[in-house]
Design a protein around this ligand. Structure first.
Ligand code: GLA
Ligand code: GLA
Length: 706
């Protein structure tokens, strides 16, 4: 009845759901309860001027709907829904459960989450509840049901937004309720105490349990068991998912016609919850994405997150639920977006498969924690560069409405990325105790991004048949089944690249013995015996001239077919540390005076093994960008992967398609004019492109291809 033509794809098992707006959705979080009525009326005029089509309403409005325990008052929401509807603006209505009312904190102080040291957090802020608290859940589901019953059938309401960023602040609780819930979760997963002791290896340090009642959350300052730490991450993700599921069940019962989502915080990973495993539970996968101003590669980080959203949402389209119009306010230093950057970022999200451009928030707050966070309508008001750009963006999105419902095409590269692997990496002591799970994935993604190659960043269990090249970057934990799928992919003719510290542990965070890299050893035809990580000052040169840092290992070819592509050059180790602590900039024959183990010098650094109709490559070190780029060019060549379109350096290119139509997105992140090969019409400028088009410095184009 509400909604539109149902063109969008759902995240859940291929379900088709009604997208909330006819065209691309444009708008943001809207908190009119913070403003007097005359400002709200002004908002309507300015939203129409900017072309806003959707707002997320009521995210923190619990105390407005239920000002006192059990007393409901929906006059404000009625008034807002009517007003927005009269102005042609659709509503993504939030359940208000991220904002625990102060009266509930007073009635039930025990619902507050407890930190690692067992201290309760303070009331105030948001998400002030233990995810496992039955008391909180009883109150939460009561307001959700009352709100849903009240607004059911209102034509402005097009979708549900459950809570807000579940786990953003309360993701790891150590209160007594969480401890009990963890015990029961562990019991359900492991079945018997013996199985649990084996899985976690509790014989080490004599930690074996005699009963599940002895299990606790890994709180305090003890050096906890890696298996316990990993399972606690899984438990915490599941507890938050249960919060979402229970609300969703109420919403589906009362308003079955409305799509239900919640805003993910998909970044580089590992994230606080396992979004890939959550994704089947949302009708439309939605993400909040914030760049970090000083990061010179922030547009690439944005692309990584977009490729990940697509990878976990079954190909999309997905929804950009929040990003910033300018500066955030939680970093130590918060830099605004440069002129044009906000539009480039918005179009880049669309290019990666979003069908919406939404912001936090519509109007900049005067008070409250985020009073200096940027907004679509800044403190300066509508007469501002920011609002002028927002209005320009609104016109762009109107010009692009035909793109809605199309999907990104041409991704022949899969990059396997899994939160569980990232969690396992930071659980317990390792050869390097500054885990940066996403670093290798991001370096490889950057190299492919710069070459215009479209990549799907997918969970480790994602089907691989559609790809030509599969990259396995530092997948520390892998299940037997997922490792086997990678082997079968290579046998069937695919090219695989596995990088260092992959396949080391199983799903219990237990080391796979017999030689590294455990799960991939046979596929790669190599066998490693020892790791030899480098200090920040140390680098190693390879026989190919490539330079590597961070990591080396003692690894040898063990299969007749394994070809050594690059080895550590004898004497290629350099320590540029201060004199007295290392070689002081000189190459040191034989390694770093014993720091790098014998056997690394001259040993295997990059290998290739033919496997069935395909091949498996191993990268045993962390190549600097130039060498990594050259290696990837060889792999792209071997697997026949081409860029989305030929383009000049600095121009991002991605293609979306639906049926017979296709659109090439071109975003020039550079400071000089660029070009892209395409034929068609740029929908943003109206210019016809014949074979090639120009993208001005900092500019964007979306070409409907002929
Ligand atoms: C100490 C302890 C051992 C072991 C080693 C290595 O020597 O006595 O049990 O923990 O450190 O960490
Ligand atoms: C998150 C939240 C918003 C807001 C923004 C900006 O994405 O969901 O409520 O706090 O960050 O900080």
């Amino acid at each position: 009845m509400h909604g539109s033509d149902g063109g969008g794809g759902g995240a859940g098992a291929g379900s088709r759901v009604a997208w909330p707006t006819d065209g691309l959705s444009f708008g943001g979080d809207y908190s009119p309860e913070q403003w007097p009525w005359e400002v709200v009326l002004d908002d309507m005029r300015l939203m129409r001027e900017a072309g806003v089509t959707l707002v997320t309403l009521g995210v923190f409005s619990w105390v407005v709907h239920e000002p006192r325990e059990g007393v409901f008052d929906f006059t404000w929401i009625d008034r807002m829904l009517d007003l927005l509807h009269e102005n042609g603006i659709a509503v993504d209505l939030a359940t208000p459960t991220a904002a625990v009312p102060m009266w509930l904190h007073r009635l039930h102080p025990e619902i507050l989450p407890h930190d690692e040291l067992g201290h309760p957090l303070a009331p105030g802020g948001r998400l002030g509840f233990c995810p496992s608290s039955p008391t909180f859940r009883r109150f939460a589901l009561r307001i959700v049901e009352a709100l849903a019953e009240h607004v059911a059938g209102h034509p402005a309401v097009r979708m549900w937004h459950v809570g807000n960023e579940l786990g953003g602040g309360n993701a790891r609780c150590h209160c007594p309720v969480s401890n009990e819930a963890f015990r029961r979760w562990v019991e359900a997963r492991h079945g018997s105490v013996d199985a649990l002791n084996t899985a976690w290896g509790m014989a080490f340090w004599g930690n074996s349990y005699s009963s599940f009642d002895e299990v606790t959350t890994p709180s305090g300052v003890t050096a906890h068991n890696p298996g316990q730490l990993l399972d606690y991450e899984r438990f915490s993700s599941d507890a938050l998912l249960e919060c979402y599921r229970t609300e969703k069940a109420v919403l589906k019962r009362v308003t079955p016609e409305l799509p239900v989502t919640t805003n993910f915080m998909v970044g580089l990973g590992p994230d606080v919850v396992d979004y890939a495993r959550w994704a089947p539970e949302v009708d439309i996968a939605a993400n909040d994405h914030y760049t970090y101003g000083p990061d010179p590669l922030r547009h690439q980080e944005l692309a990584f997150s977009g490729d990940r959203m697509r990878g976990i949402s079954g190909g999309g389209p997905w929804m950009l639920m929040e990003h910033a119009a300018g500066a955030a306010s939680w970093h130590p230093i918060n830099q605004p977006k440069a002129p044009g950057e906000m539009i480039r970022h918005a179009i880049a999200h669309l290019a990666r498969g979003s069908d919406s451009v939404m912001f936090f928030q519509w109007r900049a707050s005067r008070s409250g924690t985020e009073q200096f966070h940027s907004a679509m309508l800044p403190h300066a008001g509508p007469s501002s560069r920011r609002f002028a750009e927002i209005t320009r963006l609104g016109r762009h999105l109107e010009a692009l409405r035909e793109v809605r419902g199309s999907v990104v095409v041409g991704a022949r590269v899969a990059l396997l990325h899994d939160d569980e692997a990232g969690w396992a990496l930071k659980s317990g002591l390792k050869p390097i105790n500054r885990p940066d799970y996403a670093a290798t994935a991001r370096a490889i993604h950057t190299a492919l991004f710069e070459r215009g190659v479209t990549v799907d960043v997918v969970p480790a269990w994602h089907p691989l048949e559609a790809y030509d090249l599969v990259v396995v970057p530092g997948l520390f934990l892998v299940s037997d089944a997922d490792a086997d799928a990678v082997r079968r992919f290579a046998e069937a003719g695919g090219t695989v690249l596995v990088t260092w510290f992959s396949g080391i542990v199983d799903v219990s965070n237990t080391v796979r013995t017999g030689g590294y890299p455990g799960a991939f050893r046979e596929l790669l035809g190599v066998r490693g015996e020892e790791f030899s990580p480098l200090t920040d000052e140390q680098t190693i040169e390879l026989s190919t001239g490539w330079r590597a840092r961070r990591w080396a290992e003692v690894v040898s070819p063990v299969d007749a077919g394994t070809e050594v592509i690059a080895s550590y050059r004898v004497g290629g180790a350099v320590d540029s540390g201060p004199p007295g602590e290392g070689a002081g900039g000189a190459a040191v024959p034989g390694g770093f005076g014993g720091v790098v183990a014998d056997g690394v010098d001259g040993g295997l650094a990059v290998s290739r093994r033919p496997v069935g109709a395909g091949a498996a490559w191993y990268l045993a070190s962390d190549l600097e960008p130039e060498g990594l780029g050259e290696l990837l060019e060889r792999l792209l060549d071997e697997s026949g992967v081409r860029p989305a379109a030929a383009a000049s350096a600095g121009v991002e290119v991605v293609r979306r398609a639906a049926g017979e139509s296709s659109w090439l997105f071109a975003i020039n992140h550079g400071v000089v004019e660029g070009w892209v090969e395409a034929t068609g019409v740029d929908l943003l400028s109206g210019t016809a492109w014949e074979g090639r088009g120009v993208v001005p410095a900092g500019g964007v184009a979306v070409v409907r291809e002929e």
